[in-house]
Every structure is written in C-alpha cells, then in structure tokens.
Design a protein around this ligand. Structure first.
Ligand code: GLN
Length: 303
C-alpha cells in the first residue's frame, strides 16, 4: 500500500513538474532565447533562483512560474505584475517631444523620467521599448511590454482593451498650418487634407471633421509636419506639446491654432485586468506627485 501511495505521489509530482516545465518552456519560447537544458535546471532551483533572478530570460521565466506553489501563469501573478519580475518594460514611440524623444540612442522626456522614477519606487529595472505608436496596444495585450507610457490619452474605446492609471497630464489637440494658410478654425478643415500620426487621438479628431479619404496617416508627428511643409497636406492635427516642439523648430514656416478641441488626459496603460501592476503604478505615481518629483519632471521638459 505504502509503495502504491508513494508511486501515486511520485506520479503526481512528476505530472506537476512536467506541467511546470511545459509552462516554462512555453514562456522561454515566448521570451525567445536559451534551450531546454538550462531551463529545466532552473526549475529545480526554484525559490533560491527566484530571489537571485537577474540575467537570462530562462532564469526569469522559470522564476516567474516556479515561485508561488499554486501558480497560474498569468503575468499579474508574478508578484510584480510584470512579465519579468525584475523589470518594468515600458512601450513608447520616441517621436513625441517633450514626452518622449531620442537623444542619441537614449529615449528621454517626461514619460521616460516618470517611468524611471516609478520603476525605482517598485524596485524594478526600467527597460524602454521604442516602437510605432499604433503597435503599442497589441504589444501590451500580448505581453511584449508591461506598460504604455506615451503621452497616451485615456479614451473609452481604449479602456475596453486596457486599464489606465490615474491621469498625470492634461493636453489638447492642436491644428498646425503653414503661416500663410487661410485655415483658422476646425470648420475650415472640412474639405482639407489633414496629416496625423497614425492611431492617435489626432487621427480620431480628424475623422470627426472630414472623410477618411482626406486624412493622411504618418508614423510620427514630425513626418506629418514635413508633409505640411511640402504642401502634401493642408494641416496637421496633433497634441499641443509636440505641436509646440515642432513649431519651435520651424518658426518661419508653421503656426498653431489652439483651443479647437476638448481637453484630453494622459495616463499610463497596463494590460486589461492587471490590477497588481496598476495598483503599484498608481501608488508610486501618487507618491511622486505628493513629494514634488513629478512636478520637477514636468518643469524639466515642459516649458
Ligand atoms: N495623445 C495621443 C494619443 O494618445 C498621441 C500620443 C502619441 O502620439 N504618442 O493618441
């Protein structure tokens, strides 16, 4: 009898291990590196490895799966709410000054500094993944990134597929036109060609004013502004802060029409249902707002 029980136990144990290994291997494949041998080894090191998990993707994948005894593999159950329990991976589009832009190969700006401060509060290492703006929602839902920090406006339809933090900045769409343009208000845009950054609230605002045939999408606001200067579009609709940044770079050629659209709120977005990370981010954000760090970041970048 004893022997039988032991065998059953062993079988159960083996099944559990096989399950864990399958999950780890799946995760490892997802992360895209390192073979099975090192993965299997890491599974058996369990908690000790979890605590020391730092370097390879296999190590962190194993730690993610092996740490809690009754682990489900949902990202929100790693304790940190992040895919890798040592990192906070922020997705952004670094062509949106002053919120995110490149300085050499480094992504800098309000969101980069804000997320660095939040990551510090959470004891995580910030990693920035720079991609096309309209790829961000998919990257978030498939777990490629933990959070979108991209001057990202809270919108009801976005709230259906992701969860937003408390807002941290109020913005509004601005119309950019050439200095000699006759366009003065939104009403003048009806039959005009409007340049926008694809997937942005600028695009959605344009869609309310004219037919989609009249709207040209670009990978960045900068490219839309270049198209305006080349007279390929009659106007650009984009958030006020990047508009100002582009305006400052093109003082002789373009000008801004403000006050035509309703205010928008920027917030950080996590995957739908990732309340673990959302709560941590909101707590960190509240602390940074309360202790003045947040205001310091804003005044560093927004003039
Ligand atoms: N605030 C706009 C949006 O959320 C634009 C953001 C951006 O281009 N980075 O759509």
């Amino acid at each position: 009898m004893m022997r039988h029980n032991r065998e059953t136990l062993t079988e159960d144990f083996m099944k559990k291990i096989m399950k864990t290994m399958a999950a780890v291997i799946a995760l490892t494949l997802l992360v895209g590196s390192v073979g099975c041998t090192s993965t299997a080894k890491t599974v058996f090191q369990k908690e000790t490895t979890a605590a020391a998990a730092t370097t390879t993707a296999a190590t962190t994948a194993a730690a993610t799966t092996a740490a809690p005894a009754d682990a489900t593999t949902a990202p929100a159950d790693t304790g940190t709410g992040t895919k890798d329990p040592t990192k906070l991976v922020m997705g952004t589009n670094a062509a949106f000054p002053p919120f995110e832009y490149l300085e050499g190969s480094a992504v800098v700006g309000v969101d980069a500094d804000l997320m660095a401060a939040i990551a510090k509060e959470l004891g995580l290492t910030l990693e920035i993944s720079d991609m096309e703006f309209d790829s961000l929602p998919t990257a978030l839902s498939n777990g490629q990134i933990d959070v979108i920090a991209a001057g990202f406006t809270v919108k009801p339809d976005r709230e259906e597929t992701m969860d937003f933090s408390a807002p941290y900045y109020t913005a509004a769409q601005t119309i950019i036109v050439l200095k000699d343009s006759k366009i003065a208000t939104v009403d003048d845009l009806k039959d005009k060609i409007i340049g926008v950054q694809s997937g942005t609230t600028g695009q959605f605002s344009a869609e309310e004013l004219t037919s989609t045939d009249n709207i040209k999408g670009f990978a960045s606001g900068m490219l839309a502004v270049e198209a305006l200067k080349n007279k390929q579009v009659d106007a650009v609709i984009i958030d006020n802060n990047p508009a100002k940044a582009y305006g400052d770079q093109n003082l002789d050629t373009i000008t801004m029409i403000e006050g035509q659209f309703a205010d928008e709120e920027y917030a950080l977005a996590v995957a739908k249902g990732n309340t673990v990370l959302l709560t941590k981010i909101n707590d960190a954000l509240a602390k940074l707002k309360a202790d003045g760090s947040f205001d310091a970041i804003i005044s560093k970048y927004v003039k």
